[in-house]
Design a protein around this ligand. Structure first.
Ligand code: AMP
Length: 328
């Protein structure tokens, strides 16, 4: 089922211990769309300036991404982000963020984008996420990502946006920051209790008539990702790579694999099995993303490579849980 995504479409300047790029294609919506395009048709909504190149649009088109709702703002500048990573790639400093054309942007979604069954509100100012959410009131599955910047400067609006979705995908530390809970599981449980009673339809059968997140994914960088629902907990490590070149966009690429897999299996509800497989596909996609700068690796990724890596992940995370005799 087609997916609509709104979020940053960007030029990124990135420096890692392994090299740098001064102006590469980036943005949360772009990383998400390229990853999700392996599963479903993706429609990207957002503005770019007239500095945005045709070749960047072509990167998305080549993966079958519908770019017709990417609006070119005459005289405007494309969203720009500059970041630098520490020696082990675990720490990242944002050196510059220029919203450019996103400032004051009013999303105008085509009929096609409004008809998508699945919506991903990628990282961008929460007011914009809310506006787009309101334009797809009947979407079957809506997920949202955000970041510390918006928790710091627009927390109330972000909470409102989160209350309107089915799934929250956030960095581990940001989930703790958002809820003020130092423990990951209790932080996730807090968010599972958000939302409104009585409006919308029950999607997980556990709380009739309730709207609000029923799936929480905490991204943990090189340690993988954890999934918390009202029914249980699941976690996967990151795929073990010997060489990581640039982690930029790993989270959005994970989200593209995760949400893309869910969109491609509408008949399976939000069962535990489906969510676990979606986690594996998100993890596999993210691992390819970090092998090279920006979108470089995903641009020439094949479906066969994804299938093989998911298989390897499955093998390396299975173990025999047969009871062992303990002393005492
Ligand atoms: P990730 O590494 O998954 O956190 O995503 C990095 C991507 O997010 C980059 O391509 C940036 O262009 C984009 N980005 C960085 N800061 C922001 C922001 N404040 N709002 C929206 N997108 C952002």
């Amino acid at each position: 089922m087609p997916i609509t995504v709104v979020g940053s479409i960007a030029y990124d300047a990135v420096k890692t211990p392994f090299g740098e790029r001064e102006r590469m294609l980036g943005g949360a919506a772009v990383h998400f769309a390229l990853a999700a395009s392996f599963f479903e048709e993706v429609r990207v909504v957002g503005p770019v300036g007239d500095d945005f190149g045709e070749s960047q649009l072509e990167v998305m088109r080549r993966r079958g991404v519908d770019v017709s709702d990417i609006e070119r703002v005459t005289g405007g500048k494309t969203f720009f982000w500059r970041g630098e990573y520490g020696w082990d790639l675990n720490s990242r400093e944002t050196l510059d963020t220029q919203l450019g054309v996103f400032e004051g942007f009013q999303p105008k979604l085509s009929q096609r984008s409004r008809e998508s069954d699945v919506l991903f509100l990628a990282n961008i100012v929460p007011d914009l996420q809310i506006e787009v959410r309101e334009q797809l009131p009947d979407a079957r599955f809506v997920a949202l990502d955000s970041m510390n910047l918006w928790i710091d400067i627009a927390r109330d609006q972000l909470v409102k946006a989160i209350e309107s979705v089915d799934c929250l995908i956030l960095n581990d530390a940001e989930l703790r920051q958002l809820t003020g809970k130092p423990n990951l599981v209790s932080a996730a449980r807090d968010v599972l209790a958000w939302g409104t009673q009585g409006s919308g339809s029950a999607r997980d059968g556990s709380a009739a008539g309730r709207r609000g997140p029923s799936v929480i994914v905490a991204k943990q960088g090189e340690y993988g990702a954890a999934l918390v629902t009202r029914e249980g907990f699941f976690a996967l490590p990151a795929y073990p790579l010997e060489t990581v070149i640039d982690p930029t966009g790993a989270g959005d690429t994970f989200a593209g694999g995760f949400v893309g897999y869910i969109a491609a299996h509408p008949d399976q509800g939000l069962s535990g099995d489906l969510l676990h497989r979606a986690m594996a596909h998100g993890t596999a996609l993210a691992s390819f993303n970090v092998e090279e700068f920006g979108t470089e690796r995903i641009e020439r990724l094949s479906g066969e490579e994804i299938v093989a890596r998911v298989q390897q992940l499955s093998e390396m995370t299975h173990f025999n849980g047969a009871p062992l005799k303990l002393r005492g």
